[in-house]
Every structure is written in structure tokens, then in C-alpha cells.
Unconditional design. Structure first.
Length: 287
């Protein structure tokens, strides 16, 4: 889970400043891009002083550094190295730096938020977000626009006592994940499902996803895209099993087919004896 949470931030560098701004109401400087940069914050003891992740807001030059730490349990040693992370990154970037802790539960969040006494008048206090502080993303359009935030929301609220809300958040996250590349889609769907409580998971699995009606045109569009890609992949696999690897022309024709046409092709696959018969056209003219 530690690495999976970090992967959300790697895949969407703007997620860290978005949480600072929207969840913690931190004023951010004007910036034109956010980059993930080296988390090695010392040349002397890299194993000890390597942060989980560093996001840098830039506007020509660096304007703000954000050290992201995922903390699933309490660890008093971190209270000694967190200030070093910030000081070393500040010296490297020559701009302000924040430490953002993503806590695994609200008890860890309370622990992480306690100020660190450095000595004398100096205290260090990180910004902390626990599950309660993560936005509840139930709107499919918002989830589509920011899949990583939607998945983070599903992780944070999958055990909510309000089972209906947990399921709605999981639905939004799963829908957002369908339109992504295969690796991200699989990871995000797995994270969403494994984060649900047993009761919420049972409720989710009892739903007929084919009958679930998404409210926005945006969501319906992406569901249709996901269904078409799935049918296209299945048809090409079945064609390969029956007749060998399909030609480029046949692959193009299948890729351009509508969902209804793909369903018809699938039905003809049961009895057809040639590729032409399966596709219902002369495959030599497909290009």
C-alpha cells in the first residue's frame, strides 16, 4: 500500500499541490508545471535521508518544493529526519519547501501533526492528511478529470461506516480507471476493490454494472470507450485462435467497428469458416 500510494503521486505530479491547496487550504505560488524530482536529499547518508517522493512546482525556476511522505504507522525516527528533508531540499532548490504526510489512518495523522521540537524556539510542523481529510469523490465527471484523486478517495473512504457512500466512491474510481492505460487501470481497480470493507465489497459486487446508469454524458462516453476497447480486444483474440494472426487490414476494420458491429462479429465467430464470413465483408478491401 505504501508503494501504491506513492505511485498515485508519481503518475499525477499535480496531486500533491492539489491536496495542499484544496484539502489543507495552503496558498500556493504561481506555477506553470509540477515535476517529480530526485528524493535523495543528502550526499552523505542517502539511505537515511531519502524521502518517499519530491514534487517541485516550477515557473521557469523552482518556486515551491513538496516532500511527500506516506506514513501507514507511527515511527518516532521520522520526527528526526523530516526536518532534515525540508532543510536539505530548501538548500538545493533555494525556495520554500513543505512536508506533506499522507497518513494511513486518523490516529497516525494526529501523531504526525504534532509539532517537532528542534530546540530553543524552533519547532517544525508538517502538513498532514489522513483519511478524513481526503475529498469524497462520488461525481463521475470529477473522477474522470482526476483519476488518481478518485482512487485516493476510494482508498481513504473504503471502510466508511456509510456503506452506500463507500460504494459510490468506489464506483466513481472504477469508472475513472476504465479509460486509462492497461497498467494504471489494473492497479487502480485493484486498489479500489481491496480498500473496500467486506460489507461495502459485497454491496459493490452485487451490483449489475451493465445496468448501472451513469448520469453525465462525460461518464457515458468513457464507459462506451472502455466497452468498445474490451470487445475489440476479445474479437481479435478469438480471430487469432480460430484463423491465426489477423492482417493489418482486418485489425483496422475491427478497431473501427461499433459496439453493435463487434457484438455481431462475435456471434458470427461461432459458426463462420472464414475471416471474411466472420466480418461480413471482403477483408481484402478493408484498407
Amino acid at each position: 500500500m505504501h508503494e501504491a500510494l506513492l505511485q498515485l503521486f508519481r503518475n499525477r505530479p499535480a496531486l500533491a499541490p492539489k491536496l495542499l491547496r484544496d484539502a489543507l487550504h495552503v496558498a500556493l505560488p504561481l506555477h506553470s508545471e509540477v515535476r517529480i524530482e530526485s528524493a535523495d536529499l543528502t550526499d552523505i547518508q542517502p539511505a537515511e535521508y531519502r524521502a518517499d517522493l519530491v514534487a517541485v512546482l516550477r515557473h521557469k525556476a523552482a518556486v515551491l518544493g513538496v516532500v511527500v511522505e506516506v506514513q501507514l504507522s507511527t515511527d518516532e525516527r521520522k520526527k528526526f529526519v523530516w526536518p532534515a528533508y525540508v532543510a536539505n531540499l530548501r538548500a538545493r532548490l533555494k525556495c520554500p519547501v513543505h512536508l506533506l504526510v499522507i497518513a494511513g489512518d486518523d490516529a497516525v495523522a494526529r501523531w504526525a501533526a504534532r509539532p517537532v521540537v528542534l530546540g530553543g524556539l524552533y519547532r517544525f510542523t508538517p502538513w498532514v492528511i489522513g483519511p478524513a481529510g481526503v475529498p469524497e469523490i462520488t461525481d463521475s465527471a470529477i473522477a474522470q478529470a482526476d483519476p488518481e484523486l478518485a482512487v485516493l478517495s476510494a482508498i481513504a473512504h473504503g471502510n466508511d461506516v456509510d456503506i452506500d457512500k463507500a460504494v459510490r466512491i468506489a464506483l466513481a474510481a472504477q469508472l475513472a480507471s476504465r479509460g486509462l492505460d492497461a497498467d494504471r487501470s489494473k492497479l487502480y481497480i485493484d486498489l479500489t476493490m481491496t480498500s473496500l470493507s467486506e460489507a461495502a465489497l459485497r454491496e459493490f459486487q452485487s451490483m449489475d454494472m451493465n445496468k448501472y446508469e451513469y448520469q453525465s454524458d462525460f461518464a457515458k462516453h468513457y464507459v462506451a470507450q472502455g466497452e468498445a476497447r474490451g470487445r475489440t480486444s476479445l474479437v481479435l483474440r478469438l480471430l487469432t485462435l480460430r484463423f491465426g494472426a489477423p492482417s493489418d487490414a482486418v485489425q483496422r476494420r475491427v478497431a473501427q467497428a461499433s459496439i453493435t458491429e463487434l457484438d455481431d462479429i462475435g456471434a458470427r465467430l461461432l459458426t463462420a469458416t472464414t475471416v471474411d464470413e466472420v466480418l461480413g465483408f471482403d477483408s481484402r478491401d478493408a484498407g
